[in-house]
Ligand binder design. Structure first.
Ligand code: T3D
Length: 272
């Protein structure tokens, strides 16, 4: 399946958010390359619809988020902000940005950011909100907020310290210097850096690997990792035990053991 979601019609060649499904992998592409995929109101609305649509598809086991052209996403379209009647920043966050971040975290499938170029402002926040990140060699992260007198938003102040630690998060947020893909990999912020021409294939391969796992166990792992910094050890142990009870009772577990014994790859059912 491939198409356009949100306000634009399927026939619109200028569709700014694309959703394509190939097997068990859904790919969402921010497709406004002439504006470095800067986010406008319609784009944000389409992006939310695309994430929710992919998350709800029973056949989808992993979601890839990427950008068209030379940027991943440069965050808010600053030209749109200058238009008369632009909504207050807090309203725009509450109405449009924050629901996107929640949707990325609440999707049961892992979301992989395939960072093809610069990820700035809320574009960086979107990449941080994904479960895994893979970058093209020329990609970079810029916490551009400080340069325009804003605070990092769209979850960046929550995600970044969890991803790289408070000291590095402070450096990135307060100084706002670009972080290259290679440095991001050294920090553990991205798992893999590949030549630009290999990014799509590498992201698809990573997504296919994740999608091949037991759906329920993968979704529960995502939930447990998200909760890890906010609950104590006892609550974590209880959460793991409850999730393990469900995973252990699922036919995928029996299949996993059978596959191990028979020295073959498991064939998981993809049942939720
Ligand atoms: O509603 C709310 O506002 C609340 C939410 C806020 C969330 C946010 O995302 S706030 C942060 C917004 N983003 C930025 O401040 C990033 C601004 N852009 C940059 O710092 C740089 O462009 C980059 C570091 C991303 C890339 O630099 P470079 O040298 O590769 O490209 P460039 O020459 O600066 O930009 C190329 C063009 O893209 C240029 O247009 P032009 O001169 O060719 O017509 C530039 O104006 C445009 N552009 C880049 N970023 C944005 C943008 N246009 C609109 N909005 C942008 N965010």
């Amino acid at each position: 399946m491939s198409g356009v979601v949100g306000g634009a019609s399927n026939a619109d060649p200028a569709a700014e958010v694309l959703l394509a499904v190939d097997g068990a992998v859904a790919t969402i592409t921010l497709n406004r390359p002439a504006a470095l995929n800067a986010l406008t109101i319609p784009m944000k609305e389409r992006l939310l619809v695309a994430i929710e649509a992919a998350a709800a598809m029973p056949s989808v086991g992993a979601i890839v988020l990427t950008g068209a052209g030379r940027a991943f996403c440069v965050g808010q379209d600053l030209r749109e902000r200058l238009e008369p009647g632009a909504s207050p920043l807090d309203e725009e966050l509450a109405r449009r940005y924050n629901p996107i971040v929640r949707a990325l975290r609440q999707a049961p499938q892992p979301v992989i950011a395939a960072i093809n170029g610069v990820a700035a402002g809320a574009g960086a926040s979107l990449a941080f909100a994904c479960d895994l990140r893979i970058a093209a060699e020329g990609a970079s992260f810029v916490l551009a907020f400080a340069a325009i007198g804003l605070v990092p938003d769209s979850g960046a102040t929550w995600m970044l310290p969890r991803l790289v630690g408070r000291a590095r998060a402070a450096e990135l947020a307060l100084l706002g210097d670009p972080l290259t893909a290679a440095d991001a990999q050294r920090l553990g912020l991205v798992s893999l850096v590949v030549p630009a021409e290999d990014l799509a294939a590498a992201a698809a391969a990573m997504a296919a690997r994740v999608a091949d796992r037991s759906f329920g166990a993968t979704a529960a792992t995502k939930r447990l990792l998200d909760a890890a910094f906010d609950v104590d050890l006892e609550a974590t142990l209880a959460g793991e035990a409850a999730a393990q009870a469900a995973a252990g009772a699922h036919p995928d577990h029996a299949e996993g053991i059978a596959a191990f014994m028979e020295k073959r790859p498991p064939r998981f059912s993809r049942k939720r």
